[in-house]
Design a protein around this ligand. Sequence first.
Ligand code: SF4
Length: 230
Amino acid sequence: MILGTHCTRRCAFCNVEKGFPQRVDPEEPYRLLEAVKVLGLKYVVITSVTRDDLPDGGAKHFAECIRVLKENIPDIKVEVLIPDFRGNRNSLETVLAQKPIVLNHNVETVPRLYPTVRIGADYRRSLEILKWSKEIDRGIYTKSAIIVGFGEKKEEIIKTIEDLREVDCDFLVIGQYYQPSLKYHPVVKYYTEEEFKELEEVAYGLGFKFVVSKANARSSYKAFESLLST
Ligand code: SF4
């Protein structure tokens, strides 16, 4: 996770520290490179806190991280899990210009629950990020994730899956919400294995290339495997 430890948003499910963001460290891409080399990784997912304080939302820093990794490890595959950049298309273009293999942006929940669950975000804006990504570079796969258990209805989840397909999203992850502590949003429902399976079938039926739908699945789970399906 790049761009510091403090997020400028306050999603009701997320345990990441909130508060005053840190200075952007220009050395971070090189430290990232070092870590990837030491770990011998061939597939890397780079994500960040949301940085609404930065004019580009941190896009140039994302791009620099991809550039440094790809320049120094020629066969590396880099997936980016980006924030919404407050709907700044130029920021998205900056990141995509460095050709990550996958552009991941999570819608997280159904639109009705945005005001209480994903405070400060906008459902349509998030869908637009995924749509723009395909407009800018069709060769880059797109991916999104939904967390269930906040009190959404089944029809709302299915509509969200449909919305994601409508913007040509390739990969989908659906996972169960677990409450990090009592100060976070309560878990309204625990989904059964059968219910996750049903959602997976709905998503495949709509044409997703790769779907992971299970309680413990998170956005980066089986990230590399999703590519094998293409
Ligand atoms: S924007 Fe991302 S990192 Fe920030 S609080 Fe929400 S989920 Fe957590």
